[in-house]
Design a protein. Structure first.
Length: 220
């Protein structure tokens, strides 16, 4: 096994980050080695973390083993990692900070089909969007307004318009989903103009020839 150290992103002060070497990951019993393909950055939570707007004594995340400790500098953060299991080549999703190589318990990894690794980092946002649609308690053919057309808003709109397990529509800049219409509600004038532009390409959700789904989104 290689003795090359792993590299991880650390927050060292408000608006300051560094890539640091960490000890070479060595899988323990029941663990596997994962090599990162893409690591998603949250435009919400991680923006607050980057700015230093999170209390230093607040726990990183009590529900994720890889995020132990608190927001006390220096600390590693992140929770949307897509990689390959070194031994099998299986693509997986992991709730893990930004790091190029790491170990994780096999049972904590989510196996992925042959999807774009960057798109697969949206998994936590899809999970949140699904919870939003369930909490909304909307009925069939109800009209729904989604406030905001960031990635989360677009994913929520897609889930509201698409049948469960069938995501095959395309959202263009005018907010069209298939033959229906999704009207994003945006408070910022510049974002309203961007949403109205047919060339904005704010998000696309489709089914590839191999049957796998793909979602890509613009900025918040």
């Amino acid at each position: 096994m290689s003795d090359v150290p792993a590299r991880a992103l650390f927050h060292t002060a408000p608006r300051c980050v560094e890539i640091r070497e960490v000890p070479t990951p060595r899988p323990a019993a029941g663990e596997v080695l994962v090599r990162t393909l893409s690591s998603g950055i949250s435009g919400g939570t991680e923006r607050l973390v980057y700015r230093g707007e999170v209390p230093a004594d607040l726990a990183l995340d009590d529900t994720i083993d890889a995020l132990g400790g608190a927001f006390s500098y220096p600390f590693a953060y992140g929770y949307a990692c897509v990689g390959k299991v070194a031994e099998s080549g299986q693509r997986v999703f992991a709730f893990h900070p930004h790091q190029d190589v790491f170990t994780a318990r096999a049972g904590e990894l989510i196996p992925l089909p042959a999807v774009d690794p960057a798109a697969a980092t949206l998994f936590p946002l899809v999970e949140t969007a699904l919870q939003v649609t369930l909490d909304a308690g909307h009925g069939y053919r109800d009209q729904v307004i989604v406030l905001g057309a960031g990635v989360l808003g677009l994913l929520t709109g897609l889930l509201l318009h698409c049948p469960v397990g069938v995501i095959g529509a395309a959202v263009d800049g005018a907010g069209h989903v298939g033959d229906q219409r999704l009207q994003p509600v945006l408070a910022v004038p510049q974002r309203r103009l961007a949403a109205a532009s047919p060339s904005s390409g704010m998000a696309r959700c489709g089914v590839r020839d191999d049957g796998t789904s793909a979602v890509s989104g613009g900025g918040r």
